[in-house]
Design a protein around this ligand. Structure first.
Ligand SMILES: Nc1ncnc2c1ncn2[C@@H]1O[C@H](COP(=O)(O)OP(=O)(O)O)[C@@H](O)[C@H]1O
Ligand SMILES: [Mg+2]
Length: 514
């Protein structure tokens, strides 16, 4: 019986083409599969308008084929470093990631790199916090302002900046905020600036929120007040003092709720110094009288903070600008540059903002928003009890969708067990700018377990160049690229050089990426 003609595609569709090539005929290949297969022969590709013209593949000898000469081998082979150098070509593959914001040029592969904590999460990293380390003037702030602020806003994320560094009388992010039409919320001791109430109702007493996210409990009022008191009193509070603070906090919150007002720390201080007779009843009849004495020292410390160090910063109802900040603009700029670096003000305000933000994010169960908190000069939030609160909040970053970006310099100056080192070690993405001191470079290599010899690379990095370690990925060198507008907004040299900022009358500086 004759075989019926089949309509199925041939089981071996490429055979004829291969046979022709073997015979040494030139052929215009229109079949992509064959094109891919044959492209392994270097130097035999010429393009023509209709397709790719190729020379025949090298002849395969039957006798060699029989003994498996052309098959892949699993056993190793000896080589020399000089020969093996060529294999680097194979490791420099292009990244396939398409999502997230661009950061600059990978100088090893000459491809554009995306450095985006939210996009990298799940594939490259298991966390979303970023640490930037490097000497002053190496381009850390410029990198953060562009990659973690401006470009993130374009990607629909909200950014909150704690701006500590003064520049021309204001925080250094002021030109950026002005350029984007965002209000700068300025904090000043004495009451002429903004205020964030330490006992703001948005910060729940214990960090729990009725309709909040399951299992996500940031620090609440009680943890925050105890941390501030621990730092202010220079010692940890004993159990009696903690119990008195807890009971007074319940009392002032209840009283304020009944009067439809916000409690403030002066109310708390007065309740500890001058308690109502009923305040001790929760400790039982045996202790109810004596318990009224337990709050004396914490009360005095809080009264002193409200009168002096923290006056006008965290001791009055929250300013409307702060309360509505997250709703009014995607960029929230807290200008803390007027606060003194010595004393508790800066650290308390930074931790209060961080706790307020964490509580606000934890309370909204229905609306998820990827948020970035920028803390340049991360030292200020690293130490003390308030630093511990900050770090505890940091651990909730994934649940809150809150990526914290903090910057540091001279890591070797921090003692090995310091909270600052712990903070640096908790990041999933590490951006390392140039470091001129050998001890800093060595400490960085140790901290992030970088390959031996990386110290030299870190010490040779130029301005705007960084070594980036993203989770499980191999570290790579990145040259930061800025647009002309970004160059204008990130310039911090004008106060030193005396030249006006580019784009503000002094002519535009060309965008070097070195
Ligand atoms: N990629 C770059 N190429 C050239 N200059 C840069 C680059 N990045 C930053 N700069 C410039 O270097 C100066 C210092 O940068 P800055 O980000 O303020 O450093 P840092 O925060 O590390 O002290 C700024 O004036 C900035 O314009
Ligand atoms: Mg800086």
């Amino acid at each position: 019986m004759p075989t019926p003609p089949t309509t199925e595609p041939s089981a071996q569709p490429h055979r004829p083409a291969r046979r022709k090539l073997r015979r040494g005929h030139r052929k215009v290949l229109e079949d992509n599969t064959i094109g891919e297969r044959e492209s392994s022969s270097p130097g035999n590709v010429t393009s023509s308008a209709g397709g790719i013209e190729r020379r025949p593949a090298p002849r395969r000898r039957r006798i060699f084929d029989k003994y498996g000469w052309y098959e892949m081998r699993s056993e190793g082979a000896w080589s020399t470093t000089r020969q093996a150098e060529a294999w680097n070509l194979a490791t420099n593959r292009r990244r396939t990631r398409q999502d997230g914001v661009l950061a600059g040029l990978n100088t090893m592969t000459q491809t554009l790199e995306i450095v985006d904590a939210f996009a990298a999460y799940g594939t490259d990293t298991s966390g979303i916090n970023i640490v930037v380390i490097g000497d002053i003037g190496r381009g850390k702030s410029s990198w953060i302002k562009t990659v973690c602020v401006l470009r993130q806003l374009v990607a629909g994320r909200q950014v909150v900046v704690l701006d500590r560094k003064p520049q021309a009388g204001y925080g250094e992010y002021t030109p950026l905020a002005q350029g984007l039409g965002a209000e700068s919320i300025r904090f000043r001791i004495g009451g002429s600036g903004a205020c964030l109430n330490l006992l703001d109702p948005a910060i729940s007493r214990g960090g729990n929120h009725d309709h909040g996210l399951e299992g996500i409990v940031p620090a609440g009022q009680e943890a925050l007040v105890l941390a501030v008191l621990t730092d202010a009193m220079g010692r940890t509070l004993d159990e009696k003092e903690k119990a008195a603070v807890g009971a007074a906090l319940v009392a002032v919150n209840t009283a304020a709720q009944a009067a439809n007002t916000e409690p403030v720390i002066r109310d708390l201080a007065m309740r500890l110094l001058d308690p109502c007779p009923a305040d001790g009843t929760s400790f039982g009849s045996r202790w109810s009288q004596r318990a009224l004495e337990w709050g004396l020292e914490p009360g005095l410390a809080l009264a002193r903070l409200a009168d002096r160090d923290l006056r006008g910063l965290v001791d009055a109802p929250t300013s409307p600008a702060v309360r509505d900040a997250l709703e009014t603009h995607p960029l929230v700029h807290f200008d803390l540059s007027a606060l003194p670096t010595d004393g508790p003000a800066l650290r308390v305000v930074m931790t209060a903002i961080n706790t307020w933000l964490a509580n606000r994010l934890a309370a909204r169960s229905s609306r998820y928003q990827q948020t970035i908190l920028v803390v340049e000069e991360g030292w200020h939030v690293a130490g003390g009890s308030t630093g511990e609160v900050f770090r505890a909040n940091l651990k909730l970053s994934r649940g809150l969708g809150l990526s914290t970006v903090s910057a540091f310099h001279h890591p070797a100056d921090q003692p090995a067990e310091s909270p600052a080192r712990a903070l640096m070690g908790e990041a999933s993405i590490v951006v390392l700018f140039g470091q001129s001191r050998a001890d800093d470079a060595a400490e960085t290599v140790r901290l992030y377990r970088l390959p031996a010899g990386t110290e030299e690379t870190l010490m040779q990095l130029g301005r705007g160049q960084s070594l980036i370690k993203m989770g499980s990925r191999d570290p790579f060198l990145l040259s930061h690229i800025r647009s002309p507008w970004e160059i204008e907004l990130t310039d911090t040299d004008s106060p030193i050089t005396g030249r006006p900022r580019p784009g503000t009358g002094g002519g535009l500086v060309t965008g070097s990426t070195s």
